[in-house]
Design a protein around this ligand. Structure first.
Ligand code: ADP
Length: 608
């Protein structure tokens, strides 16, 4: 039997058979018992009854003899014959109802005696009264007594047999009880045995399967359930095994891919020549590359799980990384210098947050891009520009003075033609002087931050002072000025002169690059900063130049370049604003106008 259904059927059939056997045994026993009770009544009881009736017939005949002896001969003969018939009737009944051993002999004995008795009766009729009486006493009565004794013996024989059978019936009833009891107990035992066998044998695979399912639930994905029988549970176990195998294969391949992916990422990171660190969300170091180990003189194993600050020991850098991660602010990189082995290194530090599947920040990558060489080149360039400008400044001043003297006829009068040449000279020399002044200014700003004289100042004063200087120019170009100034603007922490210079530069650009329309000057503040902006309706700046115009010597190409343009104004402005801890940027659309915005820190914050 391969299926559970088949097995169950076999067990049920076996149980039904057992019940049938118990029933059959019980029926047989009851039947045998009934039979023996039946024998008890029908055979022996009937014999006893027949003997009793024979006896009564004899008694009646005995009374008939007495009547005969008293002279009532007719009645006597009638009674005699009548009872003779009765006796014979029951005698023959008994003769054919012999059931016991010795019963036949007893019946024969009765018959012999009765024949003898009958003979005596015939003899009696031939005798006279006296001898008849005598004959009755001496011969008939003893014969009659003997006949009665024989009848008693026959009756006793049957009574005894009846008693014996009763005993036998009782014991066979007892026997039946035992048999039925034993058969029932055996049937119950066999039933129980079959149930236990069935449970253990056929239910066990289900428990094994349950255990396998539990193991898979606990993570042992390659668990195989044993296939004990080839039945439905076996089929289920086989399917389960297929499933877990596929699960295991899938996990193995996923793990393998992930591992390969991880190794690849690790190799890529390791091969990066700039120092790189991977931190978790609480800024603990999880990974550093070889360049990082060698630059900071650390060992990945020793610094694993240590806080970033514990290893890098730069609060400014930590603040920067923290700000980028916590505020999600855009990372433009931060230039920092780190001294190692008596040498100063410059790094452009950039951070990238690592996000988990719910886009929550799970960690951060900090890359230290080594820009030492670039920085050195820049310093060299600044130095060079500073030196050259400085060297040019003195001769330029004397040229300007000389040209001034010539123009004002201080060294003799000039004719018209000579005057125009000198005027052209003067324009070019002034322009050159402006350029040299700007170059000097920028190199000074870049090399020496101590040139700033920062103190609380009112931005409205700065605006008024700047606009004042351009009143004439504005009128000349027919440009109106509008103000968008918030009330109660807080004081800012600034170098008054330099911030005025920044605003002058922006306003002069707005006037220079706007042909018609108007200029709007505005200011507003938030918690930390004051925003100052200058908006024009001029030619605008193409998108790709919006950031570049703050670099040195950059001018928008393809448009008419103004004669005064040096491309240095905005880069100086940027230098100044950033030295104040502020920012400067531009929003613009070509042919619609530009808006230059810069920020300055408010006084209260600085004082905190
Ligand atoms: P410049 O001395 O050439 O004005 P700046 O650094 O001040 O130098 O400006 C750089 C360039 O930015 C300018 O040459 C000009 O092309 C562009 N620019 C600056 N301001 C404006 C403005 N308001 N509208 C249009 N273009 C501007």
């Amino acid at each position: 039997m391969k299926t559970i259904k088949g097995k169950l059927t076999v067990v049920y059939i076996a149980l039904v058979m057992i019940i049938l056997v118990v029933g059959a045994v019980s029926v047989l026993n009851v039947y045998t018992l009934g039979k023996s009770i039946d024998g008890l009544i029908t055979d022996n009881y009937k014999s006893i009854d027949a003997v009793d009736k024979m006896r009564r017939a004899i008694d009646a005949q005995d009374r008939g003899i007495l009547k005969y002896l008293q002279g009532e001969k007719e009645d006597a003969v009638e009674l005699f014959y009548e009872n003779n018939d009765q006796f014979n009737k029951w005698y023959y009944f008994e003769k054919y109802n012999i059931t016991e051993k010795g019963e036949e002999d007893a019946v024969k004995k009765v018959n012999t005696k009765y024949v003898q008795f009958n003979k005596m009766l015939s003899e009696l009729q031939e005798k006279d009264n006296v001898s008849a009486n005598d004959f009755y006493k001496k011969d008939i009565t003893p014969t009659l007594n003997e006949l009665k004794t024989d009848l008693d013996a026959l009756s006793e024989l049957n009574e005894k047999a009846m008693f014996d059978k009763k005993q036998l019936t009782s014991s066979s009833a007892e026997h039946s009880i035992y048999i039925i009891f034993i058969v029932s107990i055996s049937a119950a035992a066999v039933g129980l045995f079959l149930s236990v066998i069935f449970t253990n044998k056929y239910i066990r695979p289900i428990y094994l399967l349950i255990n396998a399912v539990k193991s898979v639930k606990e993570g042992e994905v390659n668990k195989q359930a044993p296939i004990v029988y080839d039945d439905e549970i076996g089929l289920l176990a086989r399917e389960f095994n297929n499933m877990t195998y596929r699960l295991y294969e899938f996990e193995k391949s996923t793990k393998g891919t992930l591992l390969a992916e991880k190794n690849r990422s690790t190799s890529i990171i390791k091969s990066i020549s700039d120092p790189l660190m991977v931190l978790d969300a609480s800024f603990k170091i999880k990974f550093v590359n070889d360049a990082c180990e060698s630059f900071f003189g650390i060992d990945e194993e020793n610094i694993f799980n240590k806080h970033f600050l514990q290893v890098v020991k730069r609060v400014d850098l930590y603040d920067y990384v923290f700000k980028v991660v916590s505020e999600g602010s855009e990372d433009e990189g931060e230039i920092i210098d780190i001294k190692r082995n008596n040498k100063i290194y410059f790094f452009n530090v950039t951070t990238r947050p690592i996000k988990d599947k719910d886009l929550k920040i799970d960690g951060v990558i900090v890359l230290f891009k080594n820009v030492t060489e670039l920085k050195q080149l820049e310093m060299l360039k600044t130095d060079f520009i500073g030196t050259v400008s400085h060297e040019l400044k003195t001769p330029l001043t004397s040229i300007m003075m000389g040209v001034g003297l010539l123009k004002n006829n201080k060294v003799g009068s000039l004719n018209e033609k000579q005057l125009r040449i000198i005027e052209t000279f003067q324009e070019d020399v002034e322009k050159l002087n402006e350029l040299v002044s700007n170059l000097l200014k920028i190199s000074k700003l870049e090399t020496d931050r101590a040139v700033f004289d920062i103190e609380p100042c009112n931005i409205l004063d700065v605006i008024n002072k700047s606009v004042e200087g351009y009143t004439e120019l504005l009128q000349e170009k027919r440009l109106s000025v509008y103000y968008e100034l918030s009330e109660n603007l807080p004081y800012v922490m600034a170098d008054y002169e330099k911030v005025t210079w920044v605003l002058n530069n922006i306003i002069s650009n707005a006037i220079r690059y706007t042909e018609k329309g108007y200029i709007t000057i505005g200011a507003y503040s938030d918690e930390n900063k004051v925003y100052i902006y200058v908006k024009d309706t001029g030619r605008g700046i193409p998108f790709e130049y919006l950031e570049k115009i703050f670099d040195k010597f950059v001018r928008v190409e393809g448009v008419q370049i103004m004669p005064e343009s040096t491309g240095l104004g905005l880069s100086i402005a940027k230098e100044i604003v950033e030295a104040h801890g502020g920012e400067i940027w531009c929003e613009s659309n070509v042919n619609e106008g530009s808006k230059f915005i810069f920020t300055l820190l408010i006084e209260s914050r600085d004082n905190e």
